[in-house]
Write a protein that binds this ligand. Structure first.
Ligand code: CTP
Length: 421
């Protein structure tokens, strides 16, 4: 394989200034080791200095020449190569991030128990930087009490263990245990790296995020919809996963890949979105309503396609109002201390400014935080960037300047964490 054969999609820009961040890419012995080649390419092309440390079993799946060629560095699995450089201690000590993908049940068991019988496990014992495990294994192994306990131990010690995806596994079987796509692991890994030594402060928390725009059907082929792309909600879900949360993402008609480590529930209408969010909220520490649910739906949905009238007359569409999910969640909190966050897409008019309308909405809906976007001219829809003002029910106002939706997502989670405190 040459690097040209890999997906050529653009990767995040290289960090500017200072030394290149040092990343150790640990690869353990699973068939998904081949996906780590693309993760490696994304890491190197975005300016990271990557040392690949495979296990001996990983080298059965993908050979050392591949790792050496893609990383531009020699590759060893044992501690007996270049002994004078003491690699079993040095590589871990010097790392800014260790990401293990795929992480097998065996590798995580060794890491949880502090075994150090090869270069990767030795590196994990000497590393003092953030560590991300991206597990991949059969469902039975993932659900085995031994693995469950080992994952819990690793998380308690501050590692981010990404929940595996559901889907096709090695054989003909399907289930939970798939390695998430390389691009999604890359997102989590680079966000963990950017946060440096900050602990995964959402670990042990369950958060629910809604994203996208709902569709309200008129007949089997036509619907009323809106322009929400789901990008901000997906950025919130990825940011929460990178900070260690268990994340449920309720996605309405979003055409983005599922973020790594996130449970995604796909819905269409406001009623379905409400049902999924309210049900997930029962065990949630925070709910962030980034979705744009339709406020109205047609009174009736035709069972067959509505035909044009022969006399040329236009049909009238009678609408009825949908329930306000955010207001319902805010009024009847399913758990004490649950933080509820709303979004407000506002435009200023004769009756008030954007912020005046937003303050009235915060009071009306009773949520804890309201993220306000000025959408005059449709500015935010489909854009990868956003800005906003975060209104806190206690009166605090925080302005977040224009930046990636991921930056705004992290500021929102900072506010949620502050409210928990
Ligand atoms: N929202 C909701 N349920 C609805 C409509 C909106 O939970 N049926 C939530 C959105 O997810 C968002 C917040 O309410 O977090 C505000 O949405 P927005 O469309 O700005 O406001 P509306 O309440 O619809 O108010 P209006 O259209 O009157 O400005």
């Amino acid at each position: 394989m040459t690097t040209d054969q890999l997906d050529d999609e653009a990767v995040a820009p290289a960090p500017r200034g200072g030394a290149r961040p040092r990343v150790v890419l640990g690869v353990s012995g699973g068939i998904a080791a081949y996906k780590a080649c693309e993760l490696l390419r994304r890491l190197t092309e975005s300016g990271h200095d990557v040392t690949v440390v495979p296990t001996a079993a990983a080298l059965e799946f993908v050979g050392a020449p591949t790792w050496a060629a893609l990383s531009g560095k020699p590759v060893a699995a044992d501690v007996w190569s270049s002994v004078h450089e003491v690699p079993h201690v040095r590589i871990g000590q010097e790392a800014d991030l260790v990401v293990v993908a795929p992480a097998t049940a065996d590798l995580m068991a060794k890491a949880a128990h502090g075994l150090a019988d090869d270069l990767l496990t030795s590196t994990l014992l000497t590393a003092r930087c953030p560590v991300v495990f991206a597990p991949a294994m059969h469902t039975e192994m993932w659900e085995h009490p031994a693995t469950v306990a080992n994952v819990a131990t690793l998380r308690q010690r501050g590692a981010v263990v990404i929940e595996p995806a559901e889907g096709r596994l090695t054989g003909k079987d399907t289930g939970k245990g798939r390695l998430p796509e390389a691009v999604e692991i890359f997102e989590i890994a680079t966000q963990v790296l950017a946060r440096g030594q900050s602990a995964p402060d959402l670990a042990g928390r369950h958060v629910v995020v809604s994203a996208g725009g709902t569709r309200e059907y008129l007949d089997p082929v036509r619907f009323l919809g809106n322009r929400s792309s789901g990008l901000q909600g997906y950025a919130l879900a990825t940011a929460a996963a990178a900070r260690g949360a268990e994340v449920t993402l309720v996605a309405a008609n979003v055409s983005l890949p599922d973020p790594a480590g996130v449970k995604v529930l796909h819905v269409e209408s406001t009623a379905q979105l409400g049902e999924a969010v309210v049900s997930a909220a029962a065990s949630a520490d925070a709910v962030v309503m980034a979705a744009a649910p339709a406020d109205f739906r047609p009174m009736t949905v035709a069972g067959t396609k509505i035909k044009k009238a022969e006399d040329g007359s236009s049909p009238a569409i009678e609408l009825t109002q949908n329930a306000d999910i955010l207001a319902g969640l805010s009024q009847s909190r399913s758990r004490p201390g649950q933080v509820v966050v709303g979004f407000a897409a506002e435009t200023g008019d004769d009756s008030g400014t954007v912020l005046e309308h937003a303050r009235a909405k915060l009071a009306r809906q009773g949520c804890d935080l309201l993220v306000v976007n000025d959408v005059s001219g449709g500015a935010v829809f489909g854009s990868t960037e956003n800005d906003g003002v975060i209104l806190d029910a206690d009166g605090a106002v925080t302005t977040v300047g224009r930046g990636s939706k991921s930056v705004l997502a992290h500021v929102i989670w900072d506010h949620v964490v502050a409210r928990w405190a």
